[in-house]
Design a protein around this ligand. Structure first.
Ligand code: NAD
Length: 298
């Protein structure tokens, strides 16, 4: 069934996601503050919207892919009143669990429906329509959104009620951040013990220390030729994005009153690292910081 979709935020992720919806036969009205990305999406079949409210007014579904919770809440405050009753708002941005829950409440109060549906898979997954969606909200809303999510990705998991998608996203990325630091520390310890990168990789990749940070995104050059370490740590998944996601996890840790020592420490380490390298380096480049600091201590 062809739908009319207002797509807000046509950046690195949103641009190709909107293009994939247009390719699947939907009418997509695209909106962004930056004219150049609206033009680029236009070349991929996304109609430029006159204004965000005009797009939302005629939409069956509103999809947002914005930087932070502040942007999402701003969008909802600006547009919810103009949406037709029952319009489905699907926010795919990565934002605080608390902000996602507020956005759900705002939507409910305005008589529209909402899902949080953050993604993993990065720009490559957005372009190839192979994203994984982690979805929070009602069963009916999930069923309604599913064909659209499947046009942009190849997996959609319904994780629970409002905010559950964001919760799954930050838990996953907390594992990833902690495991990347652990793998980096193991390589630097191995170097000090005279162990070659290849030898450590050959053992760990088939032993109990195996994980994605090692076997796909290996932080040292050599063992996994496609990992960012082999191209001077060009992203990939930028350090700044990992720092953002760990910051969201740390917020949830504080708000939930749980004790999560490694996750909180990983957030601190990535915040300091990302302050230096921003989005110019893949998050696996943190191995160089571990090595440098070890040298300084030695
Ligand atoms: P981006 O900065 O490339 O795109 C965001 C877009 O939103 C920009 O084009 C910006 O102009 C636009 N925007 C900001 N405020 C707006 C407003 N009020 N109205 C309309 N447009 C507005 O960011 P991105 O890399 O596409 O990431 C988007 C979201 O997806 C973030 O929450 C990010 O954490 C998450 N994410 C990114 C990746 C990745 O690899 N880039 C992976 C997974 C999740």
């Amino acid at each position: 069934m062809s739908r009319t979709i207002a797509f807000v935020g046509l950046g690195h992720m949103g641009g190709p996601m909107a293009a994939n919806l247009a390719r699947a036969g939907h009418r997509v009205l695209g909106y962004d503050l930056v004219p150049a990305v609206v033009e680029a999406a236009g070349r991929a079949g996304v109609e430029p919207a006159v204004s965000v409210t005009e797009a939302v007014k005629v939409a069956d579904v509103v999809i947002s892919m914005l930087p932070t919770g502040r942007h999402v809440r701003g969008l909802y405050e600006e547009t919810l009143a103009t949406a037709r009753p029952g319009t489905l708002f699907v926010d795919c941005s990565t934002i605080d669990v608390a902000d996602a829950r507020v956005a759900h409440q705002q939507a409910l109060a305005a008589g529209v429906r909402a899902l949080d549906a953050p993604v993993s898979g990065g720009v490559v997954g957005a372009e190839a329509a192979t994203l994984t969606f982690m979805v929070g909200g009602g069963e009916d809303e999930f069923a309604d959104a599913r064909p659209l999510l499947e046009a942009m990705g190849d997996k959609a998991v319904h994780c629970g009620g409002p905010g559950a998608g964001q919760a799954a996203k930050i838990c996953n990325n907390m594992i990833l951040g902690v495991s990347m630091i652990a793998v980096s520390e193991a390589f630097v310890l191995g170097e000090s013990l005279g162990l070659s990168h290849q030898a450590l990789y050959d053992v760990v990749s088939t032993a109990s220390g195996q994980c994605w940070a090692l076997s796909v995104n290996c932080p040292v050059p050599g063992p996994v030729p496609t990992s960012p370490a082999n191209r001077d740590y060009r992203p990939g998944f930028a350090a700044s994005l990992m720092a953002k996601d760990l910051g969201l996890a740390a917020n949830a840790v504080r708000e939930g009153g749980v004790r999560v020592d490694l996750g909180v420490r990983a957030a601190e380490l990535y915040a300091a690292y990302a302050e230096r390298v921003g989005d110019s380096e893949d998050f696996s480049g943190i191995v160089r910081t571990v090595r440098k600091q070890s040298g300084e201590r030695a």
